[in-house]
Design a protein around this ligand. Structure first.
Ligand code: AMP
Length: 212
């Protein structure tokens, strides 16, 4: 029984994914993570993807679809939480075929509803600990001691490379133009839940859990 999280960058998908993984044992499949891993290998496909990430544009569906398919095949027995995929109609159709092949069922799709101004505020203040991955926001959730990670004491808090203003504008625009229309696709199927993503983390979790 799989789930999808649809939402723009910094809408809270990652935070809610971590909560659901811990609570219910979903396998968290983030195509953003798969893409970054491929980029790190410096393969030919990785180099192509790197150029897209650096522009804040979507990678080619044929490449991302293959990464996704492999990862689904490697986690056949698990319920999967798809985070950041699908991002376009052709990907939604591809996902249907992959889910069917693996005898899975798409149970529910959550659309994280939030406006662009709030996203800018969240992303431009966001820093991540290079050592343990803890995420902070310099405006809304700073570490207790400036520059030091609360969780592991590491001193390498850095901004994600694609969190600058120009790239951010493209990523948000790409979400509203290419991904948001998927809301209708799943609404027509009767499996869409819209969550208010401006609400505090616990309230967002409650909205999701109530709809499962
Ligand atoms: P994310 O961490 O989900 O924001 O993804 C980082 C970057 O990876 C995106 O800006 C895209 O360039 C690429 N990417 C991730 N998922 C997809 C996808 N489903 N389709 C195309 N590109 C993707």
């Amino acid at each position: 029984m799989h789930l999808i999280f649809l939402g723009p960058p910094a809408c809270g998908k990652g935070t809610q994914s971590a909560i659901l993984v811990q609570k219910y044992g979903y396998y968290h499949l983030s195509t953003g993570d798969l893409v970054r891993k491929e980029v790190a290998t410096k393969s030919e496909l990785g180099c192509k993807l790197k150029m897209c990430i650096e522009k804040g544009a979507l990678g080619a569906s044929e490449i991302v679809n293959e990464l996704l398919k492999k990862d689904v095949e490697n986690h056949k027995q698990m319920s999967i939480l798809f985070d950041g995929y699908p991002r376009k109609l052709d990907q939604a159709e591809f996902l249907d075929s992959v889910v069917e092949l693996s005898d899975g069922v798409l149970k529910r799709v959550f659309y994280f509803d939030i406006d662009a101004d709030e996203l800018y505020k969240r992303i431009l203040g966001r820093v991540t600990c290079n050592d343990c991955g803890a995420v902070y926001n310099l405006q809304t959730k700073p570490p207790k001691e400036e520059g030091v990670c609360d969780s592991c004491g590491g001193c390498r808090l850095t901004r994600r490379g694609d969190d600058n203003e120009e790239i951010l504008k493209n990523r948000i625009q790409s979400f509203f133009e290419e991904t948001a229309p998927l809301k209708d696709f799943y609404l027509k199927r009767g499996i869409l839940t819209v969550v208010n993503a401006r609400a505090p983390v616990e309230v967002v979790t409650e909205q999701i859990v109530n709809a499962l």
